[in-house]
Ligand binder design. Structure first.
Ligand SMILES: [Zn+2]
Ligand SMILES: [Zn+2]
Ligand SMILES: [Zn+2]
Ligand SMILES: [Zn+2]
Ligand SMILES: [Zn+2]
Length: 351
């Protein structure tokens, strides 16, 4: 039996002891039930006040105090019901397992998983690389915070070691993992119970089973949408190839929602596209230029050499093109406006 004292076994026993102590930690830290003493004292105070009102025949005051006492008793009853619920549902403060159970669980885990270690209060179990429906998601680490064993899924972090996240969100590293939190679905209650009772092998097996299976109904991101992107315009999730990113703001847009700048052919979302004031052509912000006179955005074709839009061109161009302007009363009135000083000077010079 000399090998039963081998360093490996001694190390394993010591590790199991540390794990067991961590599982027991909560029993020491957890405060007992919080009885509603403040609410009770308020009821006592109001009851004394009510007695005084009745002794002195203060009818109106008695009515008011009676109502306040009734409300205070209601608040006390609510708090008591809350405490009672806690007492009946809270998992045991001490783990249900023994040191021997922990030792056996750790040995079983070491045999089944690629790695089992204890790091800063966390039991860390490495999984094999996970592949679901031809999507390679890589290996994961299940990290159980043992002192928080009564918090169910909250005590567990799932860390992707070679993350291959959904395109929709970097923190979704697995259809059932978002922000390192596991959504165990149907496994949630069994996992919480196993953890609360300190049954480590069961807890790890349940969590690993969730990682190895795929349920599209409870997925943060369905595998069908794994390589998909969400169009910033219509919200539709489309395949990565069927979407483009706006050349200006980089938002993802589907082919249907994207518009093309008619000058440089850049693809844009509708928020980053503008239209030419002259011809209504779709333009990006680089190709649209403000008219030097009115400031309206125009395309290159609609601007003249002086960067003016069609509306603001030189008046003589307008006069040539638009015949009616010549006979316009405004046009006639405008001509003499510049004339009078000249003609006034001519008149005295003539005679
Ligand atoms: Zn769209
Ligand atoms: Zn944009
Ligand atoms: Zn452009
Ligand atoms: Zn134009
Ligand atoms: Zn203009």
């Amino acid at each position: 039996m000399s090998h039963s004292r081998s360093p490996t076994l001694k190390r394993r026993v010591a590790e199991a002891e540390r794990v067991f102590q961590l599982l027991c930690n909560r029993a020491r830290d957890e405060p007992g039930p919080q009885l509603p003493c403040d609410e009770w004292h308020e009821c006592e105070r109001l009851a004394r006040l009510l007695d005084r009102c009745r002794a002195r025949h203060w009818r109106a005051a008695e009515r008011i105090v009676r109502t306040r006492l009734a409300n205070a008793v209601g608040a006390l009853a609510g708090q008591l019901a809350f405490v009672r619920g806690d007492l009946l549902t809270q998992p045991p403060a001490s783990p249900c397992v023994t040191r021997g159970d922990v030792l056996a669980d750790l040995a079983a885990l070491a045999a089944e998983f690629s790695s089992v270690t204890l790091e800063a209060g966390e039991l860390v179990v490495g999984t094999e690389p996970i592949e679901l429906e031809n999507f390679w998601l890589g290996p994961f680490e299940l990290r159980f915070d043992l002192a928080r064993r009564t918090e169910g899924e909250g005590a567990l972090r799932v860390v992707a070691l070679e993350p291959s996240p959904a395109r929709l969100g970097d923190d979704v590293t697995h259809p059932h993992v978002s922000g390192e939190r596991l959504c165990a679905g149907d496994g949630r209650l069994p996992l919480a119970k196993a953890l609360a009772e300190g049954r480590l092998l069961d807890a790890v097996t349940i969590a690993a089973q969730v990682l190895r299976s795929y349920n599209p109904d409870s997925a943060y991101v369905a595998l069908d949408d794994w390589d998909g992107v969400s169009c910033s315009e219509c919200g539709e999730v489309v395949d990565g190839d069927a979407a483009t990113s706006c050349a200006a703001c980089n938002d993802d847009v589907c082919r249907e929602c994207a518009v093309t700048c008619e000058e440089c052919d850049d693809l844009l979302c509708s928020h980053c596209a503008t239209t030419c004031h002259g011809c209504s052509a779709v333009l990006c912000s680089h190709c649209a230029d403000a008219c030097a006179v009115c400031g309206q955005l125009t395309c290159e074709a609609c601007r003249d050499d002086d960067r003016r839009c069609p509306d603001c061109r030189a008046p003589e161009t307008n006069d040539d093109e638009e015949e009616p302007r010549d006979s316009d009363a405004d046009a006639l009135a405008a001509a003499p406006a510049a004339g009078p000083p000249a003609s006034a000077a001519d008149v005295p010079r003539g005679p």
